[in-house]
Design a binder for this molecule. Sequence first.
Ligand code: SF4
Length: 273
Amino acid sequence: MPIELKSLSQSSLQDYNDCPRRFELRYFQHLAYPAIETEPALENEKHQREGEYFHRLVQQYFIGLPEEQIAKLANTENLKRWWDHFINNKGLTELKKLPTLRTEITLSAPLGPFRLVAKYDLIASDGGKFHIYDWKTYRKRPKSEFLAARWQTRVYRALLVQAGAFLNNGKPIQPEQVEMTYWFSDFPNDPAKFPYQADQFKRDWDALLRIADEIQSASDYPKTEDTNRCLYCPYRSYCNRGVRAGDALDAELETEAEEMFNINFEQIGEIEF
Ligand code: SF4
């Protein structure tokens, strides 16, 4: 393993899971995207930018900017609709009253030779339950079974248990206190909720340790055998897996931007060993 890789995130783990070769190109060779990921490219790029902007609007809401002021910033058709869906959702807006509210917070914990790092859109707690929220601007509502198996769902809950004691007056957070919700800005009444249990946490953390060990000791990173994954992969031209891009709607779930590089390491909360 090249020694410079120090951290793993849900995105890098998902890449490794989906195609070890993609993981190698992205995290070891740091290759910039050589191909347009999906078609139509421009429309997809605009949607991605709006999605990122929507995250900022919601963050501003939770840090106390007045609603009317934020509404003025929602200045495209998509942003207006998403903002309307958000601000009219009492279950979400009332979270603001909870005593513990952390937006865009990064947690980290040792994982074998790596650090496991995750950036959360929102962690809200009344002192008993810890609610993880992740805002999704997908154009299709993914199946809950698909989300349950994603590394994001597993990593976010497990890492909060492992590294979140500082949010709980120094006491370890128990898995049963954790719930993760994906809220879809275009499907506001159909969130996907994932509670957590001690046996799930054990399964997830054991699997994380295993995969970290595998990544550390791997001597090669083979291409996936599932060529469907190549349709929306930015590295198609490196692998002779086609030039034409796949459909944006199908690809959306698979191609979320790696956020690790936006992480402010000064703000990372972690447990000490
Ligand atoms: S094009 Fe296919 S084989 Fe190559 S990195 Fe992407 S997913 Fe893997």
